[in-house]
Write a protein that binds this ligand. Structure first.
Ligand SMILES: NC(=O)C1=CN([C@@H]2O[C@H](COP(=O)(O)OP(=O)(O)OC[C@H]3O[C@@H](n4cnc5c(N)ncnc54)[C@H](O)[C@@H]3O)[C@@H](O)[C@H]2O)C=CC1
Ligand SMILES: O=C(O)C1=N[C@H](C(=O)O)C[C@H](O)C1
Length: 264
């Protein structure tokens, strides 16, 4: 049995994680971290499954009072980072879906996990299909160095570009030399028209109601284009990855960044 804390239980992802835990025999909810409802039981919050576990506004108190093995964080970049550090400090393995950490923050929590010899998972995308899309894009970049990433999300998303787009760009960077794309003399007549620039590759972020999470990686070559596309239609798409991460993190003694390191 793996004892789990969920941070962000009323959110779109946090509530989906509670539904997932309710259906699993090897995961047990021992507490939640939320920014309201201190000391309430999860079962008393409208719309959440009938867990007896207590809600804490104070993450430290939650980590001290519950006998947790894993903390699943699905909150915001600011609090996700704080929770990840606190979790490692308390000997609880973090499984982090929250996106928007800076490079420095990622390095800091990686170092802390090494110092504590404690496993941690940070996965910008828990959907198996998205992990495959990123791996296929990495492979394609060997043959097609010209590439642009288009990510599309619901309009409540706080960070842009998405964690998945940042991770995709990082994987592509491992395969190709830095290169400027487009005409060397191109000029934006409206600022931002060409998107964000990562090592010469462009990322375009779209935010609209009705969308969930979608990405296209478009490669261009002589007389041809190749598009690798993934679509999450709902948050259930992420839950097998959250479950797998909770299980695998128990066997790790270091931090892994990306679900591809856990998939066989
Ligand atoms: N890795 C993955 O596969 C996925 C990651 N995400 C990421 O997960 C995060 C959450 O996404 P959503 O659920 O869509 O957002 P959301 O806005 O629906 O939920 C975030 C929740 O965090 C709570 N929260 C904010 N500050 C808090 C604090 N100090 N303590 C505890 N809870 C706090 C909010 O009250 C809210 O309920 C985002 O960073 C998003 O990018 C989202 C989908 C998939
Ligand atoms: O906020 C979201 O919704 C998502 N966030 C993650 C990201 O930033 O890549 C994963 C997925 O795209 C959904």
């Amino acid at each position: 049995m793996i004892n789990v804390i969920v941070a962000g239980p009323r959110g779109k992802m946090g509530s989906a994680a509670l539904d997932m835990i309710e259906g699993e025999d090897n995961l047990q909810l021992v507490g939640c971290i939320d920014r309201k409802n201190d000391q309430s039981r999860v079962k008393d919050i409208e719309g959440l499954p009938p867990f007896e576990a207590k809600i804490y506004e104070d993450a430290e108190q939650c980590l001290k009072e519950t006998d947790a093995d894993v903390l699943i964080d699905l909150t915001t970049p600011e609090f996700g980072y704080k929770h990840t550090k606190a979790s490692l400090e308390h000997g609880v393995r973090p499984v982090v879906g929250t996106t928007g950490f800076t490079e420095e923050q990622l390095q800091e929590v990686t170092k802390l996990s090494e110092e504590k010899k404690l496993g941690a998972v940070i996965a910008p995308n828990f959907a198996t299909g998205a992990v495959l899309m990123m791996q296929f894009a990495k492979w394609a970049a060997k043959h097609f160095p010209d590439v642009e990433i288009i990510e599309k999300h619901h309009d409540q998303k706080l960070d842009a570009p998405s964690g998945t787009a940042v991770k995709t760009a990082q994987l592509i960077k491992e395969e190709r030399e830095r290169k400027s794309q487009g005409h060397p003399e191109e000029k934006e007549t409206i600022e931002g028209a060409r998107g964000a620039d990562v090592d010469g590759m462009k990322i375009h972020s779209m935010r609209l109601p009705g969308l969930v999470a979608h990405q296209e990686v478009v490669f261009g070559g002589d007389g041809q284009t190749l598009t690798i596309q993934h679509d999450s239609m709902n948050r259930a798409s992420f839950m097998s990855g959250v479950k797998l991460s909770c299980e695998k993190v128990m066997e790790l003694d270091t931090l892994v960044y990306g679900l591809e390191h856990l998939l066989e």
